[in-house]
Design a protein around this ligand. Structure first.
Ligand SMILES: Cc1cc2nc3c(=O)[nH]c(=O)nc-3n(C[C@H](O)[C@H](O)[C@H](O)COP(=O)(O)OP(=O)(O)OC[C@H]3O[C@@H](n4cnc5c(N)ncnc54)[C@H](O)[C@@H]3O)c2cc1C
Length: 310
């Protein structure tokens, strides 16, 4: 990244740029090498300005939310990592905006799912509690169509605000290509806000959320650094069941381990590299395919400068 761009990033109001920033500090896996630039963005205007600067300098970029579904390469990233901050963490409800009893919940992309759920609880609303326990941001949840067995973002998202170098616009959920843990956002766009259709909380709402959280606590290795489930479940089966049946539960590569508790989780037992995790992902895929003829696809996002892709 050239010195002129560095200077522009450092001096643009609403941006806070750091250079050669280790990505291990910004991902729940706690792995990943340095990004050439890590830029916190604090206003919509600053984001548009930043996207224009990066385009003019032909510098690649990506957005990172909470880094909870990210496996960042050990080599790091030669481009800029954008991180939305204050200015993108608003949340509000417009009651009856969708007709009597249907309310519109609006949230900035940087808002954590935890804070979204706290707001919903305080406001006695229901409709997004299936997100309980997902440690991401609203932007990351839209991008990943995050969800659980209880539901996913696409079921309740009305529209997302997308920003590119030309400005911001609202796009209906139906145009975002949302499928199981997947979306098709237009190239070069950042999710900056989302609008969900919610309703009045019913008496069972709190119980449903508690049930989701209790199930997680009982079945998932929440103490160790991870990205949650590594693989999408193949149709009609569970990736964890297949990996366990292939004899890989507990298997380690370096500091990475297929969790003893849940075989679809690969945890960082301490000191893992991204390459360790990646090697274990490749081993699970290969072994499950050889044993059962099922192709597993990883839902964790490989970010940064990888030499190979799993
Ligand atoms: C303990 C644990 C449990 C988990 N449980 C679940 C679960 O039950 N269900 C589930 O679906 N996921 C789960 N996950 C995975 C993860 O939390 C979700 O995918 C979450 O939605 C990612 O949000 P994030 O902000 O951390 O995104 P990041 O990990 O930062 O990014 C993920 C992807 O989204 C892109 N992205 C992020 N923000 C934006 C934005 N504003 N605009 C455009 N693109 C963006 C990134 O470039 C990247 O490609 C779990 C993870 C952990 C660590």
């Amino acid at each position: 990244m050239n010195a002129t761009l560095q200077q522009q990033l450092a001096s643009t109001p609403g941006l806070r740029a750091r250079f050669d920033e280790p990505m291990a500090a910004h991902t729940t896996y706690k792995v990943g090498g340095p990004a050439a630039a890590f830029v916190e963005v604090h206003s919509p205007d600053a984001l548009v300005r930043l996207l224009a600067l990066l385009a003019a300098a032909a510098v690649p970029w990506l957005v990172l939310g909470n880094g909870s579904n990210a496996l960042f390469a050990d080599r790091g990233y030669s481009g800029a990592v954008l991180h939305l901050g204050q200015g993108f963490d608003h949340v509000a409800v417009a009651r009856d905006a969708g007709g009597p009893g249907t309310h519109r919940l609006s949230a900035g992309a940087a808002l954590s799912v935890t804070r979204l759920l706290r707001f919903v609880k305080d406001e006695q609303l229901s409709g997004v509690e299936f997100l309980g326990g997902i440690p991401g941001t609203v932007g990351g949840a839209v991008r990943m169509n995050a969800g659980t067995a209880a539901g996913e973002v696409s079921a309740t998202l009305e529209a997302a605000e997308l920003t590119n170098a030309g400005g911001a616009s609202w796009v209906p959920a139906a145009a975002l290509g949302l499928r199981y843990r997947h979306s098709e956002l237009p190239e070069g766009s950042v999710v900056t806000a989302a609008r969900f259709a919610v309703r009045d909380a019913d008496p069972d709402m709190r119980q449903r959320l508690d049930a989701v959280l209790a199930y997680r606590k009982a079945t998932q290795p929440l103490q160790a650094p991870s990205c949650g489930s590594v693989f999408a479940n193949p149709p009609g089966d569970h990736a964890g069941r297949l990996i366990e049946a292939a004899g890989l539960k507990g298997h380690t590569v370096g500091g990475a381990q297929v969790s003893e508790q849940h075989a679809n989780w690969i945890i960082n037992r301490g000191g893992a590299s991204a390459a360790d995790v990646h090697a274990l992902i490749a081993l699970c895929r290969r072994t499950v395919f050889e044993r059962f003829g099922v192709e597993l696809h990883h839902e964790v996002q490989l970010l940064g400068d990888w030499e190979v892709t799993a």
